[in-house]
Write a protein that binds this ligand. Sequence first.
Ligand code: GLN
Length: 445
Amino acid sequence: MITLKEALTKSSEELADIKEELKNRAKSSQLNAYIDFSSYGDGVPILIKDNIQVKGWSITSGSKILQGYIAPYNATVVENLLSNGLSPFGRANMDEFAMGSTTENSFYGVTKNPHDRSRVAGGSSGGSASAVGGKIAICALGSDTGGSIRQPASYCGCVGMKPTYGRVSRYGLSAYASSLDQIGPITQNVEDSAILYDIIASHDPKDSTSSDVKLNSVSKNLNPDRKLKIAVVDNYIDEASDSIKKAYRETVKALESEGHEIIHTTMTNTKYDIATYYIVATAEATTNLARYDGIRYGNRQDGKNLADTYIKTRNLFGDEVKRRILLGNFVLSSGYYDAYYLKAQKVRHLIREEYSRVFQEADLILSPIAPDVAPKIGSFQDPLEMYKSDMFTISVNLAGLPAISIPVDRDENGMPIGLQLIGNLFQEQRVFDGAMSLERAINYK
Ligand code: GLN
């Protein structure tokens, strides 16, 4: 598959042929990664997750409640793509409202893993990662609230990057948990990831949390020879499977052989990550999803009166979304607010502080992405089991940090294993430099 870097040098005629080929391959792939093949412009085709607005396209966030809704404007990231020679091409499947870790919770059905179609692609940006890993997309955009770019990228053998919170505009992204959401690139390699990151990162007055910290091109300054201090968190990997542990140990050796200094450390607040995240994220989601009432957006189910219309319409949400709305309302309700929501905010602060402590001596942190490779479709019957699989990714969002997932190994069944390099706030250059050095040292095929 042609890389983004190469595709940017092609003529619009050549790109038209590439799009035709992608469409045919996607249709015969049976991955269910694309849910639509709309095309916008004649630039380099990029697959767009179904929660990012492209003017005139349907946007459903994988939900029946938004069926039939047409985006009235372009997200800022889409404007950035268009002015840099890229064209939205196709809609990627996703977990409903980005809630999930498997892309099994989509109104459009399950997305499959390109390396084994009986396994999940990961989630919630499963369509984006499956398509890039399955070589039916050159690159894609995803969104990451608690791991949704990095984890599916890891399951599908591609590179997924979550920028620092505020670095990429959220204007035109369907909100899940607004203090955690970030849009980011899913690509075939680290250099393409840096190129795409440069294109989408911008200061945007339309997003009140957008950062105006100075932006430098990371792709023009990529330096895999830069020597970095990389922290390995010794207690982090205890809960990972044997194949992940083995990949982790080998990656540490590869980083050492590249001349990086390895620092051993421990982090204790990580044991509260899952509880903290699932309180903060569901509280914010409850508030954000209150707008889907059948009056303003999308699919309306008329009832006997207004309250009945609300109830019938909101019944279009899938089970996982309903579960989170219930949870979010519970933790925000007056009797429990202090015990859950307020406490979670305090723990979130401690998690951030612990990262700051590690970054006083380290440039990057190496960590697993998931406790194991992509599970079989249908393995998570208990939602808590699925939540637990987010244990390595969610603290990065709670702390707002940039991180990149890179494929480093395969397990005995040939399933890809990704690990992540986490950087301090706005240290994307170090993240990409370290990732490029690791990619060179590992030479993953
Ligand atoms: N799996 C996590 C959740 O369900 C993260 C999802 C995401 O990053 N959008 O909330």
